[in-house]
Design a protein around this ligand. Structure first.
Ligand code: HEC
Ligand code: HEC
Length: 389
């Protein structure tokens, strides 16, 4: 488990702003430094770095507003029953409260709907795809993907575009967003506008943020003790959920390299040899390397109290259960249950998921800390809400 060792060498302790490090650990060069430090459209907290924004899709107010309308538009799905917002609800940190969602035509997805809080900073997108670096690439998947079908646009392209091209309100918004375009209503423009909207979904004003900026009264004493435990070498959480965005898989405009973001946390071992259930094998599905079995991206823990159920397959109902699994050093799925096995013994599990003892008070404290990461102003911000009356 050499990657766990590398993780240990890297100091992501506390809320040092850099998840990029400058010490230890191999990584890839990231040269995207096009972020605009002072972009007023982002409304960044002053202690957040600027996200990396591609030169080809700079933020404008008109693109963000078009993206917001498209995000909530059921016309974007072929059968007009579903929008991005059907699986990404603002009050749930843009997750959906389901174990796993159903697409517009009734097909079941195998992955839990991700929250979109601070997706602009994700170094790799989705639960386990080593090849998805940009929101513009990722957003095409729910639109056109066929395995499974989400919005189901493939085969209905002209029909879907015509709905927007024939709607004067949308035409005006496309004109404002893409003033010099020869082809106004196109999927490239739809994707760019959606990506701009998703990039401004920035959250950095939770009670815990106010506490670490100096307001001692912003969180309870219990939550403050929980934070100390979270950042301790006993619990080890911060190695994978550290930095300003509480995720190892973070990059920003000045990131020079990113860590191997994907980790196996010992949720399954269905054959005693480390296997995860079919369709949910982590980046192994791309690399076919045994050591990548069960490796998923550590999600940001911002707004985590409202984004349950948890993990890539939604198989853990509550934060308390998540904590109990880490305390046990992995999950035992009992005989007779689907995918039974002792995840604690998974040979590919990270060395950082080794288990620890927690008193009842400690457990309550860590849960209070995790709950202090809920940013109500983000969950109710009218800039991110469904614009339809
Ligand atoms: C049927 C439900 C569903 C719909 C509709 C849907 N999503 Fe998602 N979304 C998901 C799931 C599930 C994931 C995790 C996918 C995975 O890991 O394979 C996800 C992941 C994402 C991510 C990655 C977040 C991250 O941090 O990596 C983004 C961004 C996203 N969706 C945006 C959108 C947008 C924009 C739309 C509309 C074009 C959309 N989604 C439509 C269910 C949905
Ligand atoms: C070795 C890296 C690692 C360590 C250490 C670690 N995590 Fe995680 N965490 C992950 C990964 C990877 C996932 C996603 C796993 C999956 O879905 O299979 C995850 C998922 C989670 C989730 C669910 C996120 C969601 O959106 O569903 C929570 C909550 C969480 N971790 C909290 C913690 C806490 C608290 C600790 C310390 C006790 C901790 N983690 C330690 C890597 C880690």
């Amino acid at each position: 488990m050499s990657s766990s060792r590398n993780l240990l060498a890297i100091s992501l302790v506390g809320l040092g702003l850099c998840a990029c490090g400058g010490e230890g650990g191999p990584g890839q060069d990231e040269t995207d430094t096009s972020g605009d430090e002072g972009d007023p459209l982002l409304e960044l907290p002053e202690d957040f770095p600027a996200p990396a924004i591609p030169e080809s899709n700079q933020l404008t107010a008109a693109k963000i507003e078009l993206g917001r309308h498209l995000f909530y538009a059921e016309e974007l799905s072929a059968n007009q029953t579903m929008s991005c917002g059907s699986c990404h609800l603002q009050e749930l940190g843009f997750s959906d409260g389901e174990v796993t969602p159903i697409g517009s035509t009734g097909e079941a997805l195998t992955r839990n709907s991700m929250g979109l809080t601070n997706a602009a900073y994700a170094s790799k997108l989705t639960w386990a795809n080593p090849n998805l670096d940009q929101l513009e690439q990722q957003i095409a998947i729910p639109m056109f993907g066929e395995f499974p079908v989400e919005l189901g646009i493939t085969g209905h392209e002209d029909e879907v575009l015509a709905r927007f091209a024939e709607d004067p309100t949308y035409v005006a918004m496309f004109e404002a967003a893409f003033p010099d375009a020869s082809e106004l209503v196109s999927f490239d423009h739809i994707i760019d506008a959606l990506a701009c909207f998703v990039r401004v979904l920035i959250s950095g004003d939770s009670p815990y943020d106010r506490y670490r900026r100096g307001d001692q009264a912003a969180i309870s004493e219990s939550a403050a003790r929980g934070a100390a435990l979270f950042f301790s070498e006993t619990l080890e959480c911060h190695h994978c959920h550290g930095g300003f965005n509480f995720s190892l898989a973070t990059r920003h405009a000045n990131t020079t390299f990113t860590q191997n973001a994907f980790q196996n946390t010992g949720l399954y071992d269905i054959d005693g040899a480390g296997s995860y259930p079919p369709d949910n094998r982590g980046i192994y599905e791309f690399t076919f390397a045994d050591t990548d079995m069960g490796r998923f991206r550590p999600p940001s823990l911002r707004n985590i109290a409202v984004t349950g159920p948890y993990m890539h397959d939604g198989s853990v109902a509550t934060l308390g259960e998540v904590l109990d699994i880490y305390a046990a050093g992995g999950r035992v799925v009992a005989e007779g249950e689907p995918w039974a096995g002792d995840g604690r013994a998974n040979p590919y599990k990270s060395g950082l998921v080794a288990g620890f003892e927690l008193s009842d008070q400690d457990r309550e404290d860590v849960l209070a800390f995790l709950t202090s990461l809920t940013d109500d102003s983000f969950l109710t911000d009218p800039r991110f809400a469904d614009p339809s009356p």
